[in-house]
Write a protein that binds this ligand. Structure first.
Ligand SMILES: *Cc1c(COP(=O)(O)O)cnc(C)c1O
Length: 216
């Protein structure tokens, strides 16, 4: 199936309130343009250098999402254009994003990455740290916390994955009750997006299901 057909069938499969980020990391401009010509405008990358090169080379109405781990010293390269940073996992990084956003006269939208996987290899805030980060963000004028992002454990155990997503949805709902203006819950990838949507995700990050396997 072509990339265009895969996008179309994926969009038919997911509810309308769920937004699709096409994860184009390691993929060529040609592949991205095929998705673009099928109507896709939101793309996700996990390396700032790659994303910046693609942003320069490709149509300017693409919204670029940074979905990977971000090193503070590289924020400056994406600050002029990045549409959403999913992987904010420290106060230091949040402050740096604020500083670079200010330099560019922008307000940069961010998601706080929450550690939901039982594995300890993944980045992210705990639930308590997340409350703190949201508090601190209210003092930063050029970042806006738009929601939460999480990655489930790398396992075949569907029940475990669902429970991890459900935990993140619970935290998200609690924060909304406390008057934070959150609207995005980013969870779900090629292997687990149906489970994530069932648990309340409204933004999924799908790569290989659209572009095929990645060869690094
Ligand atoms: C690579 C990546 C994805 C997409 O993974 P697929 O399994 O190819 O859909 C989603 N989210 C993050 C954070 C990623 O790094």
């Amino acid at each position: 199936m072509s990339i265009a057909k895969k996008i179309t069938s994926l969009l038919q499969e997911i509810p309308q309130h769920v937004e699709l980020v096409a994860v184009s990391k390691t993929k060529s401009n040609e592949d991205i343009m095929e998705a673009y010509n099928a109507g896709q405008r939101v793309f996700g990358e996990n390396k700032i250098q790659d994303m910046t090169r693609k942003q320069e080379e490709l149509p300017k109405d693409i919204q670029w999402h940074m979905i990977g781990h971000v090193q503070s010293n590289k924020v400056k390269y994406m600050a002029p254009y990045v549409a959403l940073i999913h992987g904010v996992d420290s106060l230091k990084l949040l402050k740096e994003i604020n500083k670079q956003a200010k330099r560019n006269n922008r307000i940069i939208s961010c998601l706080l990455q929450i550690h939901i996987a039982k594995e300890d290899s993944k980045f992210g805030f705990s639930a308590e740290e997340c409350h703190q980060a949201i508090q601190m963000a209210t003092t930063l004028s050029c970042v806006q916390i738009k929601g939460l992002m999480g990655m489930a454990s790398f396992t075949k155990d569907q029940k475990q994955i669902s429970e991890e997503f459900a935990g993140l949805k619970t935290l998200y709902d609690q924060l909304i009750e406390q008057n934070t203006s959150l609207e995005i819950l980013s969870m779900g990838m090629s292997g687990d997006f149906p489970l994530a949507i069932a648990q309340g995700s409204n933004l999924i990050r799908v790569g290989s299901r659209i572009f095929g396997p990645r060869s690094y």
